[in-house]
Ligand binder design. Structure first.
Ligand SMILES: Cc1cc2nc3c(=O)[nH]c(=O)nc-3n(C[C@H](O)[C@H](O)[C@H](O)COP(=O)(O)O)c2cc1C
Length: 398
């Protein structure tokens, strides 16, 4: 499975793994791939601790950090969402004022229907360990993303900076390069990939609509070769619907120099997701991974739940633009996750998470290292099988 990207990063296999969980990131990096930590839900201080932990567990091997600096979000053109020059904090209150009462009331109605109680008095919002903390602004703005980048670049093990929802600002790309760090960006459309290349991005992640999380409308089979041709010779990682060696071989046959994966790491032994969500993922089929704006305001592929379905109802006032949608939902998510801890609670129907169509392949818990080894074995088998078709044709000709 060796490609130029293996030499560029000093890794054994060009399998790039996105995860919010540091244990998965370290396990993938230690197994010869490249783990990339999703920074979105971490404060800069938490991210610093996560990176230190990874540094201590990968013995100098490379890893990456993923930020979310969207090309567009509510208030961006008016200069909102930047970090304060002195404190480094991003002002969430201006966004909170933009949230309509109607949406808050709608959410309360859904929570009431599913018997979700208010937060207990002794619990501070964000305490439930479900990543909903504080205002819910998370790293969804340029300022939040910049704070994450500042932390990431302090760690010598970080060799890759990835940005979702558009290329990072030019000065961030230059800063990363000055630190010897490569920059990758996710995209679901050829025009966006060309813009990213022009902005100076080193690796384009061509992500098909099958993917978990934010995703476009074009399938990987069409998107990957189109982007490979449009940005050549810039290397491309194929993404969206890749959870096995056969799927990796297909992406690489389409011209990708490696693969970028997300959903497959949700159910590995090292992943820190709740037993309820793991169970739901194990029993889900590809059609249960639906594209919905109900999480962040932009289309993202999520597990179909009573929550995603509520936002499709006729009487629903509609979702809000990023970052307002997650802000208005984050306290509700914390309440839902707390209520769902009780066996048999109706709130359990609302619990879900982003996942791609490959969810149908996630049927049992295995270690991250085993996922990597299975990828390699299946990739070899696939390429051998294809080579035999060539050998057979050559024998016939002779
Ligand atoms: C639970 C989950 C959360 C995600 N969060 C982010 C994120 O914060 N930033 C990001 O760049 N991509 C995020 N993604 C997308 C992944 O980086 C990756 O592009 C995608 O999962 C690839 O498709 P696959 O799910 O079919 O493997 C997320 C994906 C999942 C499944």
């Amino acid at each position: 499975m060796r490609t130029d990207l293996c030499d560029l990063f000093g890794i054994d296999v060009p399998i790039f793994a996105f995860s919010h969980c540091r244990d998965v990131v370290a396990a993938v990096t230690n197994a010869g791939g490249l783990g990339v930590l999703g920074a979105l839900a971490f404060s800069p201080e938490q991210l610093e601790l996560e990176c230190r932990w990874i540094d201590d567990h990968v013995d100098g091997k490379p890893y990456g950090v993923d930020t979310v600096m969207p090309m567009s979000y509510a208030g961006k053109d008016e200069g909102l969402g930047k970090s304060d020059a002195e404190t480094g904090k991003v002002d969430a209150s201006v966004f909170q004022q933009m949230i309509p009462e109607e949406t808050k009331q709608w959410i309360e109605r859904v929570l009431e229907e599913y018997e979700v109680p208010p937060l207990p008095d002794d619990l501070e919002f964000g305490d439930s360990g479900v990543g909903g903390g504080g205002t819910g602004l998370l790293g969804w703005t340029e300022g939040g993303g910049r704070n994450h980048v500042d932390v990431a670049l302090r760690h010598a093990g970080v060799k890759l900076l990835v940005n979702a929802l558009g290329p990072p600002p030019k000065d961030i790309i230059d800063l990363a390069h000055a630190h010897g760090v490569k920059v990758a960006a996710l995209t679901g459309a050829v025009e966006h990939a060309q813009r990213q290349k022009q902005a100076g991005v080193d690796i384009i992640i061509a992500q098909g609509t099958e993917a978990g999380g934010h995703t476009g409308e074009i399938g990987s089979m069409v998107l990957i070769p189109d982007i490979v041709e449009a940005v050549a010779p810039t290397p491309v990682l194929g993404a969206g619907g890749i959870a096995s060696g056969r799927q990796a071989a297909a992406a690489m046959a389409l011209g990708a120099s490696g693969v970028w994966t997300g959903s497959v790491w949700l159910t590995v032994r090292e992943a820190d997701i709740s037993p309820l969500v793991k169970e739901k993922l194990f029993s889900a089929r590809p059609k249960d991974a639906v594209r919905s704006r109900s999480l962040s305001g932009k289309p993202a592929r999520l597990l179909r739940t009573a929550w995603t379905e509520a936002w499709e109802r006729e009487e629903c006032p509609g979702t809000l633009p990023m970052p307002l949608q997650y802000m208005v939902c984050s306290e509700a998510q914390t309440r839902i996750n707390l209520a769902a801890r009780k066996e048999g609670a109706k709130a359990r129907e609302l619990v879900g998470m982003p996942v791609g169509q490959v969810v149908g392949r996630l049927t049992q818990e295995v270690s991250s290292a085993d996922v990597i080894y299975q990828f390699i074995d299946e990739f070899i088998e696939t390429v051998d099988r294809l080579r035999q078709t060539l050998d057979a044709a050559n024998t016939e000709q002779a």
